[in-house]
Design a binder for this molecule. Structure first.
Ligand code: SF4
Ligand code: SF4
Length: 145
């Protein structure tokens, strides 16, 4: 009997405390602003300098580009940009070196998939991943809310 009262006392005390659990996935998780989540890529900003590819420690970025089709313009434009999230370690180095913020981190982290092939994300997918961009990048992210 004494044990039951003691147990009920603990239950009642805990009931009044603030909840530490989160109603995920029904309610989205708000990650800290410096959280390193899945990248957003903006092809308009990419100058095909290859710095992100060179710095990537796991070699998970592949890109192709070509000379600007407008003879009056200098530089290159991007054709394809892929990241293999099977091996990306979300280290943030690609976004740190990018001189134009074409690639930036978001707070999105949901990558669960049934097939490994689904972890290979192309330029369109990375472009559409444009929510919850880290606020330091969001200041400069063009056309993204
Ligand atoms: S976050 Fe790191 S591992 Fe992932 S693509 Fe960028 S540099 Fe490579
Ligand atoms: S570092 Fe930035 S601008 Fe250069 S290729 Fe990578 S994404 Fe494009």
């Amino acid at each position: 009997m004494k044990g039951l009262i003691k147990g009920m006392g603990v239950t009642l005390k805990t009931m009044t405390k603030q909840k530490v659990t989160h109603h995920y996935p029904d309610e989205p998780m708000n990650m800290p602003d410096r959280f390193r989540g899945i990248q957003h890529f903006d092809p308009e900003k990419c100058i095909v300098c290859n710095q992100c590819v060179r710095v990537c420690p796991t070699d998970c970025i592949t890109l192709t580009g070509r000379k600007h089709p407008d003879p009056g313009k200098r530089g290159k434009i991007i054709d394809t940009y892929d990241i293999n999230f099977e091996i990306c370690i979300l280290c943030d180095l690609c976004t740190e070196v990018c001189p134009t913020e074409a690639i930036v981190m978001t707070q999105n982290f949901e990558l669960a998939a049934y097939s490994r092939d689904d972890l290979f994300k192309d330029m369109e997918w990375l472009h559409d991943n444009n929510s919850r961009i880290r606020s330091e990048n969001n200041l400069n992210a063009k056309g993204v809310k």
